[in-house]
Design a protein around this ligand. Structure first.
Ligand code: MSP
Length: 526
């Protein structure tokens, strides 16, 4: 523990506003960043927008705007969405920032100087949607399968990057997990791509795209948009000191490199497993530790698209389920690493089952029960009965250390392995466990029978809820805070506790005063 942790999302294209696909990656990254901060790791979380290139130039033109004006608006819509979702990124990077452009120029100059970039000619079929050259065999009926458009034939003078030079070294590192690709099926796909198709040198500049970073040694070319985009991962932490200092990286401080995890979906795996690490080798930098490839969402069996009219935006989710409801539903929508079929029907059902009837109901029920028991105890004492139960002074604190430790080990292991949905299952199990515990121990009968165990039973319930709140924190930070408040705890104190201390049994003071709050997750009515 207490390591450094650097996590990134892809920087999103600004041709359209954010949707649930971008939200998925960003919320997942946020959960991991919050988790690592919680366990005491020095954490840096970077997200942002990818703003240059032919496609953005074209979309801006269609909208009748200058590219900068256009990208300013869309970048703001991403920032707004992430603020609304309580995303805790340490920096939001935009590739149109001056500092980033300087980093791109410095990096490409270095690669040019060391002979990895040379002037050549490139011919091929270019898909603007992908911002990539396509092979004939990747096309379906002559069209890009992702964008359903016919790629343009291009033949132009271009600076080329010697990607082929790095094939053997990269393949070796991928096989040995020195550059880890997860899940393992995705690693195998990449290996077979390397083995069957190999790596060819690739065009790294464009003559006829003006909206981009000028090559420092030949200003008639702009940098290939992917080379520009990848470098955000370095600019963002202050490489070459070209950005204003962040809380942790003061001018050029590379303490966060290499990245611990680049999150993304399969659409951009291949470029991340070939061009990006080759650029790093060329620059003499370490490779990222892990690429984690999560699944792709379909909406009720269909690809999400404007023309189908099934696009789900982060704001749609927040309006319906609240910030934490939205975060939960997205994070639990699929096994992390597998494709998922999502939709409003499934979200509604899950919201009611896991949140309204699950954790929300458990908290409300437990607080109400505690208050009832306290009243009953006061009543008994008023009657002059010598009864020891008191919420202020639990008599029999049942020690649940062993059980809870095991739950914490599972939770930590799963989050270290980036198994986000499975870590959520641990929380769900705890909620179920407590619901059953309450039903089985029947605290209301214990008090009726003046059973002195009632204080201990109630302590067990509330203390376990304290643990649940801590587990919930990375996923639903506001909910965790509301739970702590209901338990009579001080949010700041809970958050500043050392993790090892916080996960010990018995952290809830025996004289705590519980408080009834608003329902955590009001039930959705049909
Ligand atoms: N700009 C490039 C990335 C450059 S990173 C150096 C790009 N942008 S993008 O806007 O198209 O974002 C793609 C990423 O958004 C996916 O890899 C994934 O993280 C997320 N998703 C977009 N649509 C998605 C789904 N339908 N489902 C799940 N994630 C999706 O590519």
């Amino acid at each position: 523990m207490n390591k450094k942790f650097y996590i990134t999302t892809p920087i999103y294209y600004v041709n359209a506003s954010p949707h649930i696909g971008h939200t998925y990656t960003t919320v997942a990254a946020d959960i991991l960043a919050r988790y690592h901060r919680m366990i005491g790791d020095k954490t840096f979380f970077l997200t942002g927008t990818d703003e240059h290139g032919a496609r953005i130039e074209e979309v801006a033109k269609k909208a009748g705007k200058e590219p900068q004006e256009f990208t300013d608006e869309i970048a703001a819509s991403f920032q707004f969405a992430w603020d609304e979702l309580n995303i805790s990124n340490d920096r939001f990077i935009r590739t149109s920032e001056e500092g980033h452009k300087k980093v791109v120029q410095k990096a490409l100059q270095k690669m040019y100087d060391n002979g990895d970039i040379y002037l050549g000619k490139h011919e091929g079929l270019y898909c603007k949607g992908c911002e990539q050259y396509k092979n004939e065999k990747d096309l379906v009926e002559g069209k890009c399968p992702d964008h359903k458009t016919v790629p343009e034939k291009m033949s132009e003078e271009s600076y080329m990057f010697k990607l082929s030079k790095y094939k053997d070294e990269l393949l070796k590192k991928i096989k040995k997990d020195e550059f880890k690709i997860l899940p393992v099926e995705k690693k195998n796909e990449v290996i077979s791509f390397y083995e069957n198709e190999g790596l060819n040198d690739i065009s790294f500049s464009r003559k006829n795209v003006k909206w981009g970073v000028k090559l420092p040694w030949d200003e008639s070319h702009t940098a290939y948009v992917w080379s520009d985009a990848f470098l955000n991962y370095l600019t963002g932490i202050g490489w070459k000191g070209e950005i204003p200092p962040t809380p942790f990286s003061k001018g050029g401080n590379m303490e966060f490199w290499p990245a611990d995890a680049h999150l993304m979906s399969k659409d951009i795996l291949r470029v991340h497993a070939t061009i990006w690490p080759a650029m790093l080798l060329s620059l003499g930098l370490d490779l990222p530790k892990t690429l984690f490839i999560h699944g792709y969402f379909m909406i009720d069996g269909q690809k999400m698209s404007k023309s189908v009219g099934n696009v789900i935006t982060p704001n749609d989710l927040v309006k319906k389920y609240g910030v934490d409801g939205a975060r939960y539903l997205v994070a639990s929508a699929a096994v992390f690493g597998n494709d998922g079929d999502i939709g409003w029907g499934k979200f509604d059902e899950k919201y009611n089952a896991d949140l309204a009837n699950g954790i929300g109901n458990l908290l409300a029920r437990s607080i109400a029960l505690t208050e009832k028991l306290r009243e009953a105890a006061v009543e008994l004492q008023n009657k002059g009965e010598n009864f020891q139960f008191s919420i202020f002074n639990f008599q029999t604190i049942f020690n649940d250390q062993i059980l809870i430790s095991k739950n914490w080990v599972d939770y930590n292991v799963l989050l270290d392995l980036i198994q986000i949905d499975k870590a959520l299952e641990i929380i769900k199990l705890q909620v179920k466990f407590l619901d059953n515990y309450i039903t089985a121990t029947k605290p209301w009968e214990l008090i009726k029978n003046k059973d002195e165990k009632s204080g201990g039973v109630m302590y067990n319930i509330l203390e376990r809820i304290r643990h649940i709140a801590l587990m919930v924190y990375p996923f639903m930070p506001d909910t965790a805070e509301k739970i702590w408040e209901s338990l009579g705890l001080n949010v700041q104190e809970e958050m500043s506790k050392k993790f090892d201390e916080a996960i010990k049994w018995g952290g809830l003071p025996v004289d705590t005063k519980v408080k009834k709050g608003e329902a955590l997750f009001p039930r959705l009515e049909k």
